[in-house]
Structures are given as structure tokens and as C-alpha cells.
Design a protein around this ligand. Structure first.
Ligand SMILES: C[S@@+](CC[C@H](N)C(=O)[O-])C[C@H]1O[C@@H](n2cnc3c(N)ncnc32)[C@H](O)[C@@H]1O
Length: 287
């Protein structure tokens, strides 16, 4: 998988300016947006903000930490422009590092984070999830949503996640995965053609994560939520009157947006794409 091509796939000229215009047109203050104002764009995965909140509750809440994530060091692999990272910082007090291939996303993410006043909690770093430039045992939570579809070497992805986690730390995953019928129809949100896409089945993902050394904690199918989310995103885009300037992930996906959303729905309905989320734990020494 060529990482320069993946970064180029996600790059769109003047994202910040177009995002500011769309925020203004939607009646929001671009210089002081709330997390909810930004969510239609910066929660760049199926299920939007709700899915992020669900994964956070699973990874941080019910696992019984009395501090509920406060000051936890979190690494968001492929964190995009940082919607999930800002939610983890605002709601749980986590200290989040976003590692993403796209230089533009890191730049826009840094600016948005400053505007919502979370820049002491959330930092962006350009780089690959396959080579996270961090020491062993340095994070409490490794988090990744909808990035692994661009990552062929998932064995290395989960080995690196294990390496950088402290003993007892958690891995939280929310992804699109291969359904029983293949191949998928392109373009999709993460790839205009097959050479940028690498999907594993849910069973393969679970096996790779186990083989990396993790203990399973929670697993949940999210396919119906993904289908509804793609259908709704397409409907609100069409209702707003197709326009590249409406406040949605079309700002990132560009003019292919309607075709991409139709393909995502079709892929799910034909059993080619499924979605799931899960949480795992790195064993403590002596477990
Ligand atoms: C669909 S977006 C999801 C963004 C974010 N996780 C979210 O849910 O809002 C996929 C992101 O993964 C990033 N990505 C893909 N492959 C990556 C890799 N090998 N290392 C780091 N980031 C990667 C892309 O640059 C892009 O920002």
C-alpha cells in the first residue's frame, strides 16, 4: 500500500477555507465552533459522533477506571482532522496524540483544536500508523476508527499498537471490514480504486489482534448503523441541494460524494461491506 498515494487521496485543496465557508453558511461561527458544529465533517466514519461516544464508553467508561480517562495518554491512529480526539479530550480529559498520514489534515486539525480551546489536550503529528514514532509502553489507549481500510499490513498495525501501549492499556477499533461477498464496488470513501483498499473480514481482524497479544474485552457488529449512516448522509446532502459547500464529509470526499455514498450503501446491502467495533486489553505483567 503506497502511503503517499493514500495521503494524496485524502488531500483536497483549501479544506480549511471551504470548511469555514460551510460553517458560516450553516449559521455557525467558524472561529468558535462547538464539537457538535464540526461533527458532520470531523467525525469521518460511519455512525458519526454517536459511534465515537459509544466506542469511548466501551473503552474508557465501563472498564471501571475511577478517573474515567482523565489525563489518559491516547494515540489516535489515522485520526484525520481530529473529531474523535477532541471528543475524548473534552468529555474524558484525555491527552490525545493524533497520528495521520495527511499533512493537510494535521494542519486543519491543529487549527480546529485551537479554535475549540483544546490545544493543550490534543496534538497532531504527521506520520504512519505502521511506524508510530513513540516509545514502548507509552499510551493508556490506542484508538483507531476507519483507517485500517487503507492499511495492508494489519499484522504490523496491531503489533505496533501493542508495543506502544502500557501493560493494562486498551485498544479500541471501529472499522469497515470485508463482508462475505467480494469484491466491493469503487469508489468508496477511503479509496477511488482497489489499489488503495485492503479489507479483512471481522474474523481475520479478531484473529490478528489476538495474535498481537491482546485479550478481548468487547466486540459488536455495527453494520446496520453504518448502512443507516451512509443513507442519512446521502439524503441530507441531496436535501440541501447537491453542493460541494454543504457542511458534511463531502468537503473532504469532493464531487464523487454522491457516488461514494451510493456505493457504500450498495456494498453493505449486497453483503460486501460490514462494520464492527471492539475493545481489547494488553495484559498486565504477570497476567
Ligand atoms: C476515513 S478517515 C478517518 C479519520 C478519523 N479516524 C475519523 O474517524 O474521523 C481515514 C484516515 O486514516 C488516515 N490513514 C490511512 N492510512 C494511514 C496510515 N497508514 N497511517 C496513518 N494514517 C492513515 C488517512 O490519512 C485519513 O485521515
Amino acid at each position: 500500500m503506497n502511503e503517499a498515494h493514500i495521503a494524496a487521496h485524502y488531500s483536497s485543496a483549501s479544506l480549511q477555507e471551504r470548511l469555514d465557508a460551510a460553517l458560516g453558511a450553516a449559521g455557525h461561527d467558524p472561529l468558535h465552533p462547538t464539537l457538535e458544529d464540526l461533527a458532520p465533517v470531523d467525525q469521518f466514519h460511519s455512525g458519526g459522533l454517536e459511534a465515537t461516544e459509544k466506542l469511548a464508553d466501551l473503552a474508557i467508561g465501563p472498564l471501571g477506571a475511577s478517573d474515567h480517562g482523565s489525563q489518559w495518554k491516547v494515540l489516535d491512529l489515522g485520526g484525520g482532522i481530529g473529531g474523535p480526539a477532541r471528543m475524548l479530550a473534552e468529555r474524558f480529559g484525555c491527552l490525545v496524540t493524533v497520528l495521520d498520514l495527511s499533512e493537510e489534515f494535521c494542519k486543519v486539525g491543529t487549527e480546529l483544536t485551537k479554535r475549540v480551546g483544546l490545544d493543550r489536550w490534543v496534538k497532531f503529528q504527521q506520520g504512519s500508523a505502521l511506524k508510530p514514532p513513540f516509545p514502548d509502553n507509552s499510551f493508556d489507549l490506542v484508538w483507531t476508527q476507519h483507517a485500517s481500510m487503507n492499511i495492508g499490513d494489519k499484522t504490523e498495525l496491531y503489533l505496533q499498537s501493542y508495543r506502544v501501549l502500557k501493560p493494562g492499556g486498551r485498544l479500541a477499533v471501529h472499522d469497515m471490514m470485508a463482508g462475505p461477498k467480494q469484491p466491493i464496488h469503487f469508489p468508496v470513501a477511503w479509496a477511488s480504486k482497489a489499489d488503495l483498499s485492503s479489507l479483512s473480514t471481522p474474523d481475520q481482524v479478531r484473529q490478528l489482534i489476538r495474535e498481537a497479544g491482546f485479550d478481548p474485552y468487547h466486540w459488536q457488529d455495527m453494520t446496520e448503523i453504518a448502512r443507516a449512516s451512509f443513507t442519512n448522509r446521502l439524503a441530507s446532502y441531496e436535501k440541501a441541494g447537491p453542493s460541494a459547500s454543504s457542511l458534511s464529509v463531502n468537503l473532504v470526499i469532493g464531487e464523487k460524494f454522491p457516488q461514494v455514498m451510493k456505493n457504500m450503501v450498495r456494498n453493505v446491502e449486497e453483503g460486501r461491506l460490514v462494520s464492527a467495533m471492539g475493545v481489547w486489553r494488553k495484559p498486565e505483567y504477570g497476567d
